[in-house]
Design a protein around this ligand. Sequence first.
Ligand code: UDP
Length: 138
Amino acid sequence: MSAERTLVLIKPDGVSRALSGTILSRVEAKGYTLVDLKMVSATRAMLEEHYEEHVGKPFFEPLVEFMLSGPIVAAIFEGERVIEGFRSLAGATEPTAAAPGTIRGDLGRDWGLKVQQNLVHGSDSAESAQREMGIWFA
Ligand code: UDP
């Protein structure tokens, strides 16, 4: 099987809490290869494309506000089954429920906000990865 690639975002909470290095280091330590990296200030248009399946949901507007609230680190990681492997390392969407040992479980918690500030995003399929890499590394 040829090496797969995934799009990883360190969301504004991860950057503002100075966890970017820790998070990148955990992904590298699992064995995945960092192939591209940059800091991005997202636009609403990018976020509407990135989260197209969530447009119109109750958490969509708070999610966009959160993602516009500060810089984001965008990375591409490569490796066999990296899409599934990164999502496993990230943990469940809700940081309170995410298992210890995962990025969200170890480093995140709930903050009483309308949106889950859960530190990271990882593509959920090869098709999403392709589409999302086009948005963040256009
Ligand atoms: N989200 C939220 N409330 C929800 C569902 C999602 O705040 O009920 C936010 C959360 O930041 C999540 C993002 O929207 O990471 C995208 O949701 P998705 O279901 O794709 O979760 P993920 O794949 O990031 O775990």
